[in-house]
Design a protein around this ligand. Structure first.
Ligand code: HEC
Length: 179
């Protein structure tokens, strides 16, 4: 009986370890893919000084006071996928004009959805990242990097919120990518 209890305890602790390891995002593979994605975005002129941007517009929670969004395509290694970049701007004196004139000054975060063929059909193959302006993935309060299936199966996070987007494509702004 005692032995049985010990086995159950051991199994339970193994299961807990496995669950911790299987956190849906923020692992080393996700962080490394996020770095490749950033490098490709940089090579294509989507980051840094003079980066290609849209006209800034007034944003909604949680994405920031002023936003700009670009829909495009990008190659990362062999993967040629859709790329949606939403930059979040804020800080003192932020306005659409101020951002248009000096985007770097107000840039707070770069949120990205990138289609990776075969990545995870349950989330329409979107890879999610929230980058700091310097290109490193930002972290949640638990210290997990916001890269990968962020918020999948959880109550909050990119996936948790975006799964409510109309059209079933996880994209809010339009349904062009809905099948
Ligand atoms: C609480 C809900 C919510 C969360 C959490 C959230 N978003 Fe969004 N997101 C939205 C809404 C609403 C829009 C469309 C309105 C807008 O432009 O702000 C949007 C727009 C976007 C877009 C432009 C494409 C589209 O869907 O229209 C991208 C890219 C994006 N979010 C990325 C992310 C990433 C990456 C995360 C996680 C780090 C995230 N979002 C977390 C609600 C959310």
């Amino acid at each position: 009986m005692k032995q049985k209890k010990m086995i159950i305890a051991a199994a339970a602790s193994m299961l807990m370890t496995a669950t911790a390891q299987a956190a849906p995002f923020g692992g080393s593979a996700d962080v490394s893919y996020a770095a490749d994605l950033w490098a490709s975005m940089t090579a294509a002129g989507y980051t840094g000084k003079g980066a290609t941007m849209s006209a800034p517009y007034t944003g909604t929670h949680p994405h920031g006071a002023i936003l700009d969004t670009i829909d495009t395509r990008l190659k990362v290694g062999d993967n040629d996928g859709l790329l949606i970049i939403k930059r979040n701007y804020g800080g003192e004196g932020v306005s659409k004009t101020a951002v248009a004139n000096d985007p770097e000054k107000y840039l707070k975060a770069v949120t990205v959805m990138y289609k990776r063929k075969g990545y995870d059909p349950e989330i329409k193959d979107w890879f999610w990242v929230k980058y700091a302006p310097d290109g490193t993935p930002m972290k949640n309060p638990k210290g997990m990097s916001l890269a990968g299936r962020v918020g999948k199966g959880m109550g909050q996070g990119c996936v948790a919120c975006h799964k409510a987007a109309p059209g079933g494509d996880m994209v809010f702004n339009h349904d062009r990518y809905a099948k």
